[in-house]
Unconditional design. Structure first.
Length: 85
């Protein structure tokens, strides 16, 4: 891409990709914890650790989704795509 406006669009699109990737990592890890908790045998300490991690990940996933939505709103600004006529 060439030009200042194209570079701005590229950076905004990169932010979307980063936010989506981070969100996907969070969701997959949360799913892994849930699966491990349901199908593996843990002692009491390990089970508490898994439960704490699962508890902590819920708000993190929600926060990541807000970041994704913000990045999508940022990339969809008219000022970033007006040069593509």
């Amino acid at each position: 891409m060439f030009g200042r406006k194209a570079k701005r669009l590229s950076k905004a699109a990169e932010a979307v990709q980063e936010a989506l990737g981070h969100h996907q990592d969070q969701v997959l890890f949360r799913r892994f914890l849930s699966h491990a908790e349901a199908h593996l045998t843990f002692d009491a300490q390990e089970r508490r650790t898994i439960a704490l991690m699962s508890e902590a990940w819920g708000p993190a996933v929600d926060a990541d989704w807000k970041d994704v939505r913000q990045a999508l709103e940022d990339v969809d600004r008219k000022s970033l795509r007006s040069w593509m006529r």
